[in-house]
Design a protein around this ligand. Structure first.
Ligand code: MN
Length: 274
C-alpha cells in the first residue's frame, strides 16, 4: 500500500494510464494525489476527469485550468481559443463531473506522511498552518451560494500580495492566485504573475516562490505542479516540482511518497500546438 503524487495531467489520460501501470498502482489499495490541472490542452480531458473521479482513494488539488473550466461552465468566462473543454461541457455526465470538481481542495496536507500539496505554490509569508486555513476559506466559498460571485471575480492579477485585512472577492482572488498561478514573488510574497520562464530568468526583485526561507518546519515537504519550464528542478530536496510538461511533449511525473521513488512517462503523443 503506497501513496503516489502525480503532476499536471491536462487531459493526457494515456500517459497517466501507462504511468500507473508501470508503478503497479492498485486503485483499491493505493492512494493517488493529483497536483491539479487535470484538464485542458491535452487529448482526453473528459476521460481524465471520469477516471480520477472513479478512483476510490484519491486526493485532488485544483489548478488554474480546473478553475477555468468551472468558470467557463458557469458562464463567467468565455472559453479561450486554445481550450479543449467542450467535450466536458457537452458530456451527459457534465453536471456530475463539474460538481465533483468544484468540491476539490486548494491544498492538501498530511502531517503524518509529512507532505503538503498545492498546484502552484505557497507564498513565503504563510506558514503551512496559515495556508491550510486560507485554502479552507476558498474551498468553503466554492461549495457555497457565493461560488458564482467567486468565479465572476476570479480573474485578475491584483491584489499583488497578502494582507490580513483583505476581504471578499479580493481576498479570495489573491489566495487563489497564490495556490494556483504563482511562479515568481518577492520575499514578502508580492506576486509577479506575468513571467512564465525558467527560474533563472526571474524578473528583477523577484525569485521563485520556493527559493525563500520558509517559516515552517522542515518535517513537511511541498509537492507542486504548474511550472513546466523549470523541468522538475527546485534545488531544494523538500520542494518537489511535479509538472514536467507532458501536454507540451515532455513527460508525466509521479512520486511515491513513502520512499520518494520517481516514475516518469514520456508523452505518447505529438506535442500539443497550443
Ligand atoms: Mn497550472
Amino acid at each position: 500500500v503506497a501513496t503516489y503524487a502525480v503532476g499536471d495531467i491536462q487531459g493526457c489520460l494515456p500517459a497517466l494510464e501507462h504511468l500507473l501501470a508501470s508503478a503497479h498502482f492498485t486503485p483499491d489499495l493505493d492512494t493517488l494525489w493529483v497536483a491539479g490541472d487535470l484538464v485542458n490542452r491535452g487529448p482526453d480531458s473528459l476521460g481524465t476527469l471520469r477516471f480520477i473521479k472513479s478512483l476510490p482513494n484519491c486526493q485532488v488539488v485544483l489548478g488554474n485550468h480546473d478553475l477555468h473550466l468551472l468558470a467557463v461552465a458557469g458562464g463567467h468566462k468565455a472559453p479561450g481559443k486554445k481550450d479543449t473543454l467542450n467535450e466536458i461541457l457537452k458530456a451527459d455526465d457534465s453536471d456530475t463531473l463539474l460538481s465533483w470538481l468544484q468540491c476539490q481542495a486548494l491544498m492538501h496536507h498530511d502531517p503524518a506522511l509529512g507532505y503538503a500539496m498545492v498546484h502552484a505554490g505557497i507564498p513565503p509569508c504563510w506558514t503551512l498552518e496559515a495556508a491550510s486555513g486560507y485554502a479552507r476559506e476558498v474551498e468553503a466559498v466554492l461549495q457555497s451560494s457565493e461560488a458564482d460571485l467567486f468565479f465572476s471575480h476570479m480573474y485578475g492579477n491584483t491584489p499583488c500580495g497578502w494582507h490580513d485585512h483583505l476581504e471578499g472577492t479580493d481576498r479570495w482572488r489573491v489566495i487563489t492566485n497564490y495556490f494556483t498561478r504563482m511562479r515568481f514573488c518577492d520575499h514578502k510574497g508580492q506576486l509577479e504573475l506575468v513571467t512564465k520562464t525558467d527560474a533563472q530568468f526571474a524578473p528583477e526583485g523577484f525569485s521563485p516562490w520556493f527559493s525563500y526561507p520558509r517559516p515552517y518546519d522542515q518535517n513537511n515537504r511541498i509537492l507542486f505542479g504548474h511550472w513546466a519550464s523549470i523541468e522538475g528542478r527546485t534545488n531544494n530536496d523538500n520542494i518537489i516540482a511535479l509538472d514536467t510538461g507532458c501536454v507540451w511533449g515532455g513527460s508525466l511525473t509521479m512520486i511515491r511518497l513513502e520512499d520518494r521513488q520517481l516514475f516518469s512517462e514520456p508523452c505518447p503523443l505529438p506535442p500539443s500546438s497550443g
